[in-house]
Design a protein around this ligand. Sequence first.
Ligand SMILES: NC(=O)c1ccc[n+]([C@@H]2O[C@H](COP(=O)([O-])OP(=O)(O)OC[C@H]3O[C@@H](n4cnc5c(N)ncnc54)[C@H](O)[C@@H]3O)[C@@H](O)[C@H]2O)c1
Length: 310
Amino acid sequence: MPKKVLVIGGCGFIGSHIVDGLLAAGTAVRVLDRRPEAFREPLPGVEYIFGDFSDPFQLLESLEGVDAVMHCASTTVPSTSNIDPVADISGNLISSVRLLKLLRQMNIGKLVYLSSGGTVYGVPQADPVSEDHPQNPISSYGIVKSAIEKYIFMEQELHGLSAVVLRASNPYGPRQGHTGIQGIIGTYLWKLARGEDLEVWGDGTVVRDFIYVKDMADICVAALNSEASGVYNAGAGEGTSVNEIVEAVRHATGRDFQPTYKVARAYDVPRIVLDIGRAQETFAWSPKVSLVEGVAESWNWVQSQVAPAH
Ligand SMILES: NC(=O)c1ccc[n+]([C@@H]2O[C@H](COP(=O)([O-])OP(=O)(O)OC[C@H]3O[C@@H](n4cnc5c(N)ncnc54)[C@H](O)[C@@H]3O)[C@@H](O)[C@H]2O)c1
């Protein structure tokens, strides 16, 4: 088990929950992020370095004295990455390949990387999708994630790094941003809290695999503490349609609303659900929080953020 972990992107949505999980397990934590957390004050006991992980000097400084790295930073999201693939490659692929070189230089032998189960496979040819499914990503984001994975395992093969790649499905929960570009559950809850209308792209039958963010953080901590290496899907292993999300949101919020149905988006594949058997077996982990509980928790949190000022 590592004594001290560097969490790159530790002020983000998922990273902040990973930091919580590590602290709860008694692990020392350093965070490298471009900015402080959006929804919380800095945590006591965490060392923060504010900087860019594409800056080799800041990265070197951040790696000093840690024995494992959790990489959960990304400068892009799937829906925007195709606008500027060159920036995606330089911000994510090149910086991550440089990270691997520095890990070798600094003798840091353990890396956990958050990849994306929703994009590396492309249009699913199986249901559920296992880790061995072909990778034919249809976004720059997915191509870059897939390439980073391959560099990581090249490093493992040639230079003895011990790496776990977690292909995350669709995490949701407290501290999910409200920009509306990623995360339908967070987007809906924030919109309702602000009295805005909800939109559904298509007829609402699109199915995704939603995982509560604390369950996601748990598997990251388990992977950091494990001797295992390799690639693992990390989701709930269950499919939920957008229409079912609308109902879950209605139930959790007690609000009566009618979403506006809009034209389907070409890049939304109809259904993707991950096979999580390998992760369950290897890490003795399983998602614990049901969609009903998770959406209710998320709503409580959103409401706490939009409480009227006095
Ligand atoms: N949220 C999702 O739906 C989802 C799904 C699958 C995979 N992922 C992956 O999980 C990881 C975490 O996602 P998230 O939702 O928490 O994102 P997020 O944007 O909330 O957090 C990412 C954090 O990384 C930081 N960051 C970005 N670029 C940086 C840089 N160059 N240097 C330093 N810090 C930088 C950001 O400031 C942010 O705090 C990402 O790699 C993402 O691709 C997310």
